[in-house]
Design a protein around this ligand. Structure first.
Ligand code: ASP
Length: 291
């Protein structure tokens, strides 16, 4: 296959970012972006770039994923994550896991296997048997003064070989029902990737994103329109059930776009020939002067 330009976008969740924490969100997104970008610039695979970028976001306590995950109604951390390879349509996911330092890497270990999605103790046992990093749940908890911390992290990447991948990772919603699983580990709801269409990763009110299968809807729209219009169409459809969302997209041409109806949505993106940039609001991105 001939070589194409690479592109990558990461997000830190659709939410209200508390005053004073915008820079931490921009910085965290840029660091994660750099981890993925280094792989793409070196000619590496989109799927590896997505896993590494999401691992960086899981490591950063600014974000509600992995280290820094919020607590459910039982006062416990329960994380969901998934990753999808647009070259093969392989997808791996874990849900309601309590002891995984990097849920995205355990999801990635499922890519080449069946089943697609493992939940709770079964996912943790799989992680233990396949080199996943297990931890004390208490190690994932950080104090969040003034920050309700509901959000999800995600990444979409296109590599030089034309392969597209997408990933999500989340601690879910603060105070949610024990055992609740949101959109993030569900293909077609919180993420999707297909080399012949593009890749998407979402954040927002999981129940609304599941009811509308918003990632699938976004992918269908991408077959017919540019990313910006597809994002607007998805947000318009979401209004049918209500709820907040933030969406990131890369299409087969390497066009990168994002949108949200939440107050803020931390994002960083870069493409071959365009520098890395970070934002907490799409309107601010629109004002930037792109080369
Ligand atoms: N979508 C996530 C969930 O419902 C949370 C979020 O993105 O804010 O679990």
């Amino acid at each position: 296959m001939s070589e194409t330009g690479w592109a990558i976008i990461v997000h830190g969740g659709a939410k209200d970012i508390p005053p004073g924490l915008e820079d931490a969100h921009r910085r965290g997104c840029l660091l994660a972006l750099a981890a993925g970008q280094a792989i793409l610039e070196a000619g590496g695979a989109a799927i590896a770039a997505v896993e590494m970028a999401v691992r960086a976001l899981e490591e950063d306590p600014t974000f509600n994923a992995g280290h820094g995950a919020v607590l459910n109604a039982a006062g416990e951390v329960e994380c969901d994550a998934a990753i999808m390879d647009g070259a093969t349509l392989a997808v791996g996911g874990v849900a309601a896991v309590k002891t995984l330092r990097h849920p995205i890497s355990v999801a990635a270990a499922l890519l080449s296997r069946t089943p697609v999605l493992l939940v709770g103790a079964g996912a943790e046992a799989f992680a233990g048997a396949h080199g996943g990093e297990l931890c004390d749940p208490a190690d994932l908890i950080v104090a969040r003064p003034g920050d309700p911390g509901c959000d999800t992290v995600g990444c979409v990447a296109l590599d030089r070989h034309g392969n597209i991948a997408a990933g999500t990772s989340t601690g879910g919603l603060t105070g949610c029902h024990s055992g609740r699983v949101g959109d993030s580990p569900l293909p077609g709801c919180g993420l999707y990737a297909d080399n012949v269409v593009g890749g998407v990763s979402l954040s927002g009110d999981g129940e609304s994103l599941i009811r509308t299968t918003l990632a699938a809807r976004l992918m269908h729209s991408l077959e017919a329109m540019p990313p910006g219009a597809a994002i607007q169409a998805a947000l318009t459809y979401l209004a049918r059930v209500g709820g907040e969302a933030g969406l990131i997209v890369i299409d087969t041409e390497g066009r990168v776009d994002w949108g949200h109806n939440s107050a803020q949505f931390a994002v960083a993106h870069a493409r071959a020939g365009q520098p890395a940039r970070a934002f907490v609001n799409r309107a601010q991105d629109a004002q930037e002067d792109y080369p």
